[in-house]
Design a protein around this ligand. Structure first.
Ligand code: UDP
Ligand code: MG
Length: 320
């Protein structure tokens, strides 16, 4: 089979886990080559996302030991999404036929790659890795994760339930995806927008093999907000709806107050007045905040700054 696979793996401060999982990725790649499902030119591409520990040194050492390993390094830490994008675009330029993106901590079942590649050979251009259960998560993580997907769905962002960034995409999808120039990245919401035939592969997600998560609660919330405001304007519509309902209630209130005033039955209502002022004031502030979030997004988009800057490569780009 002549399908060239690139496994794109973002790494940020992963010196503890990388030496363990790099071997696992290589084993899976070799297995797929032996089974004839992918070409022997296939590669494992690490993207160092400005790590502050020895991650990049480890990647360089790995690529010295085995030609199947490649590495690119971002000039500074830009976050997981940008790191994955940098890897995908590098794979595209190196003429990969399919790209699988996966985290480097061994949480996602590496052996599910075979099913993903099979999916591609059956004619699917996108294969989403979907967690079959969340038994390994704490109740809190499970609850917040579910709320995350539900909220995104309600806000008009089309994403695959329980899918993170473990997925296979074909060169065709990659080529079209390269035309999505936005700087506010939320890959799992953007890939479905590209379209093409897609399917899901289910796998069990494990605990991290070593090291600790870079996505605590606050970052998860930031990602949800980023996802919603990057891909949907439904919150702005909700503000319109809220404003309309508020206006109707106010109108009724005004008529009532006028009638009361004219009939001479006005009351001293200081408390009710303060409550109304505070309530309306806070709603207005929230609405301005949401609008501000969109203006901020436009501000970032119009600057058109590069989404990633590659400062080093373990070897020259093919054809360079
Ligand atoms: N990561 C990255 N840049 C960052 C943070 C994380 O490239 O700024 C990588 C990290 O090395 C890992 C993946 O993104 O391969 C997912 O991160 P993590 O495992 O910490 O997130 P979680 O699985 O806990 O959501
Ligand atoms: Mg992880």
């Amino acid at each position: 089979m002549n399908t060239i696979l690139y496994i794109v793996i973002p790494c940020y401060n992963e010196e503890q886990v990388l030496p363990i999982t790099a071997k696992m990725f290589l084993e899976e790649l070799m297995l797929l080559i032996e089974k004839g499902k992918i070409a022997k030119e296939s590669k494992i591409l690490f993207v160092n996302d400005g790590s502050k520990d020895c991650t990049w040194e480890i990647i360089k050492q790995l690529s010295k030991e085995n030609k199947k390993f490649r590495g690119i390094s971002q000039s500074r830490n830009r976050g997981h999404q940008n790191a994955v994008l940098a890897g995908m675009m590098e794979a595209k330029e190196e003429a990969a036929d399919i790209v699988i993106s996966i985290d480097c901590d061994g949480q996602d079942d590496i052996t599910a790659m075979e099913q993903m590649v099979d999916g591609y050979h059956k004619g699917f251009e996108v294969v989403y890795g979907v967690r079959s259960n969340r038994d390994s998560d704490t109740f809190f993580k499970r609850f917040t994760a579910q709320a995350f997907y539900k909220l995104l769905d309600k806000m008009g962002v089309e994403i695959v339930y329980n899918h993170a960034d473990y997925r296979l995409i074909s060169a065709r999808v990659l080529k079209e995806f390269a035309n999505f120039k936005e700087v506010n990245l939320f890959l799992r919401g953007m890939i479905p927008l590209v379209g093409f035939k897609s399917t899901c592969v289910y796998y069990e997600r494990h605990e991290r093999i070593a090291g600790k998560s870079h996505y605590p609660m606050v970052k998860m919330l930031a990602l949800a907000l980023e996802g919603i405001t990057s891909l949907s304007i439904r919150p702005l519509r909700l503000i319109m709806g809220l404003g309309t309902i508020g206006a109707i209630i106010s109108f009724i209130g005004v008529v009532w107050a006028l009638l009361k005033g004219l009939s001479g039955h006005t009351i001293a209502g200081w408390t009710s007045m303060v409550c109304i002022v505070c309530f309306i004031g806070s709603i207005q502030l929230i609405c301005i905040g949401i609008i501000g979030e969109y203006i901020g997004k436009i501000y970032m988009e119009v600057k058109q700054r590069p989404r990633y800057i590659i400062s080093e490569r373990t070897c020259e780009k093919e054809g360079a």
